[in-house]
Design a protein around this ligand. Structure first.
Ligand code: PEP
Ligand code: MG
Length: 542
C-alpha cells in the first residue's frame, strides 16, 4: 500500500482500477523497408487485431448502452475492409518501399481529406472515422494500447495532463476519477471534471506501474492510495456509504426554493458543456442552465459543426429544459481551448490573444452559423444568449447588429424563431469599469470570475506554478463584483456569476448581501448551495 498526495480539483471518494492514459508522439516515423511482403503481412495482422478489438467493443457497448451506440464499431470494422483504403496502403508499401505505419497514416490522411471535402454531411463526418481506424492500426503496429479502449468497466484515469479537447471526449460513464500530474486547478480540464461530477486530483506524482492497480482516490484529503490494504478498503467503504447518505439527504431539498430565512431569494442554475450533462442538471433540480459552454461542441473533432448539427443540439437542450432558462454562451475558443481546424496562430500570450468574441467578430461566417442555429432553436424553449470576453461597448453593439440581421433573415425565410435575452459575460476588468455603459445595451450580466480573476490579478490561470497566487477571494475581485451588480441594477438588469467562484458556499452570504441575482455552478453544487441559502439569515448582519 502506498499513499501519495496531490491537490484537489473536485471533491469525492472512489475505489477502482487505474488506467494510464498516455499521450503519444503523433509523429509517425517514415522509413524505407526491404522486405515488402513481410511489411504487408505486418499490416494485415494488425488489421486482423483491429477487427477483433472492434468486435469486442461492439459487443460490450451493445450490452452496456444498446445497439445504436455500438453500431459505430461495426462501421469501423467494415471501413477497415474497404478495398480502396487497403489498395492505397498496399500501393505505398509496394511502390515506395515504406513502412506500414507511414503507409497507414498517409492513406488515412488522404481519405480523411477526401471525405472532409464532400458536400454531403454524412460523408463529411466519415473523415473522423477514417482517422480513427487508421490510428487504431498504427497503435497496434507500434505495440501501443489504444487510448479509446479503456475497457467496459469504469476506471480511475491517470494522465500527465489532459487538454480540454481530450477531456471532452472522455466517456463520463467510464470515468470514476481523474488523477493528473500537472493540470492547473483553474483550467478548463479542471472545470470539465467538476461539470462531469468526477472527483479529481492534480499534482500527483503519477507512475506508469500503477496501471491496472486498485486505488482509492480521496480528493477531500487530497490523496491517492495505491494497492490499499483490506482494512483501509473497509474504512473507505464506510465513508462511501456516508457520502451516499449525505447525497440522499440533499435530494430532499429538491423542489424547494433558494430562499434565506429572512426571505431573500437567489436563482441557482447549472453550468454544462454538452447535452450529456443535462441529466445531472435535472437530477440536482437546477433552476435553469446559466452557462452552456458551446465551444465544447467544436472541440475534439476535425471540422466545424454545421448549422444543422448545432441547431439540433441547442433545440434538444431547450426542449428538455422546457420553461426553464437556458443561457448559451457563444463560441469561446482560443487560449487553452485549441481547435486545429480553426488554424489559430501561434501566440506568445494566448490568454490575452485571439480568442472568443475576437474570433467571432473577425471570422464572421463562423459566428453567423452559430447565431442562426441559436435563433432557430429559440423557437423550442426559453433560450438566452451570452457573449464572452467583451471589453468594449462597440463589440456588443456590433454583435447585436449581427444578431438582429440573422433574426430578420430567418423571419424573411419563414423559419420560426423568438426574441432572446442577450447578455454578456463580465470577465475583463475593462468590462467591469464600463459596466454602467454596457448595462444600457445588455439584457443581463454574468460574471466570469475565472477569467476576471486571471486578468485582474495578472495571473495566467493555466500556470500551475501560480495556483497559490490565484485568489478569487481577493478584495479587488470582490469589489469588482459589487460594482457590476450595482451598475447592472441601476439599469434594471439582473446580474449573476457563472465562474467557479459562484460555487463557493463560504461566499454565498456575501453574494446575497451584495444583491447578486443568480449563480450558475456545476450541477452537483446546486443542492449544497440551496442548503446554504436556506440556512442563511441576512437581516441581523446589517
Ligand atoms: C469564466 O471565465 O469565469 C467563465 C465562466 O468562462 P470560462 O471558464 O469558460 O473561461
Ligand atoms: Mg471565461
Amino acid at each position: 500500500m502506498e499513499t501519495v498526495q496531490g491537490k484537489k480539483i473536485y471533491g469525492g471518494i472512489v475505489i477502482g482500477k487505474i488506467f494510464h492514459y498516455r499521450k503519444e508522439d503523433s509523429q509517425i516515423r517514415r522509413c524505407q523497408i526491404e522486405d515488402i511482403d513481410a511489411e504487408w503481412k505486418r499490416y494485415e495482422k494488425a488489421k486482423e487485431t483491429a477487427i477483433e478489438q472492434l468486435t469486442v467493443l461492439y459487443d460490450t457497448t451493445k450490452e452496456k448502452v444498446g445497439e445504436v451506440n455500438a453500431q459505430i464499431f461495426e462501421v469501423h470494422a467494415m471501413m477497415l475492409e474497404d478495398e480502396d483504403y487497403n489498395d492505397c496502403i498496399k500501393g505505398i508499401i509496394e511502390n515506395q518501399s515504406m513502412n506500414a505505419e507511414y503507409a497507414v497514416a498517409t492513406a488515412g490522411d488522404r481519405f480523411a481529406e477526401m471525405f472532409a471535402n464532400m458536400e454531403d454531411d454524412y460523408f463529411k463526418a466519415r473523415a473522423v472515422d477514417i482517422k480513427d481506424i487508421s490510428e487504431r492500426i498504427i497503435h497496434i503496429l507500434l505495440g501501443r494500447e489504444s487510448q479509446q479502449d479503456m475497457g467496459a468497466e469504469p476506471v480511475i484515469l491517470m494522465a500527465d495532463d489532459l487538454v480540454p479537447s481530450e477531456t471532452v471526449q472522455l466517456d463520463k460513464e467510464l470515468l470514476l476519477a481523474l488523477i493528473t500530474k500537472k493540470s492547473s486547478v483553474n483550467s478548463h480540464t479542471a472545470i470539465l471534471a467538476r461539470t462531469m461530477n468526477i472527483p479529481a486530483i492534480t499534482k500527483v506524482d503519477i507512475r506508469a506501474e500503477w496501471h491496472g492497480k486498485t486505488a482509492i482516490v480521496d480528493s477531500y484529503r487530497e490523496q491517492v492510495i495505491i494497492d490499499p490494504s483490506e482494512e483501509v478498503l473497509q474504512e473507505y467503504r464506510v465513508l462511501l456509504e456516508q457520502e451516499k447518505e449525505k447525497k440522499e439527504l440533499l435530494q430532499t431539498l429538491k423542489g424547494k426554493e433558494n430562499v434565506t430565512l429572512d426571505g431573500r431569494s437567489i436563482q441557482i442554475y447549472a453550468n454544462i458543456g454538452k447535452p450529456e450533462d443535462i441529466p445531472g442538471v435535472l437530477l440536482n433540480d437546477a433552476g435553469g442552465i446559466g452557462l452552456f459552454r458551446s465551444e465544447f461542441l467544436y472541440l475534439g473533432r476535425d471540422d466545424f459543426p454545421s448549422e444543422e448539427e448545432q441547431f439540433q443540439v441547442y433545440r434538444q437542450v431547450a426542449e428538455v429544459m422546457g420553461d426553464k432558462k437556458v443561457i448559451i454562451r457563444t463560441l469561446d475558443v482560443g487560449a487553452d481551448k485549441q481547435v486545429d481546424y480553426f488554424h489559430l496562430p501561434q501566440e506568445e500570450n494566448p490568454a490575452m490573444g485571439y480568442r472568443a468574441i475576437r474570433i467571432c467578430l473577425t471570422q464572421r461566417d463562423i459566428f453567423k452559423t452559430q447565431l442562426r442555429a441559436l435563433y432557430r432553436a429559440s423557437a423550442y424553449g426559453n433560450l438566452a444568449v451570452m457573449y464572452p470576453m467583451i471589453t468594449s461597448l462597440w463589440e456588443l453593439q456590433e454583435i447585436k447588429k449581427m444578431a438582429s440581421e440573422v433574426k430578420a433573415e430567418l423571419e424573411r425565410d419563414g423559419i420560426p424563431c423568438k426574441e432572446m435575452e442577450q447578455g454578456i459575460m463580465i470577465e475583463t476588468p475593462a468590462a467591469v469599469m464600463i459596466s454602467d455603459l454596457l448595462a444600457k445595451e445588455a439584457d443581463f450580466f454574468s460574471i466570469g470570475t475565472n477569467d476576471l480573476t486571471q486578468y485582474t490579478l495578472a495571473i495566467d490561470r493555466q500556470n500551475t506554478m501560480l495556483d497559490d497566487f490565484y485568489d478569487p477571494h481577493h478584495e479587488a475581485v470582490l469589489r469588482m463584483i459589487q460594482m457590476v451588480i450595482d451598475n447592472g441594477h441601476k439599469e434594471g438588469i439582473w446580474v449573476g456569476i457563472c465562474g467557479e467562484l459562484g460555487a463557493d458556499a463560504d461566499l454565498m452570504e456575501t453574494f446575497l448581501a451584495m444583491g447578486l441575482d443568480e449563480v450558475s455552478v456545476s450541477a452537483s453544487c446546486v443542492l449544497p448551495l440551496r442548503k446554504k441559502v436556506r440556512e442563511t439569515r441576512l437581516c441581523e448582519k446589517k
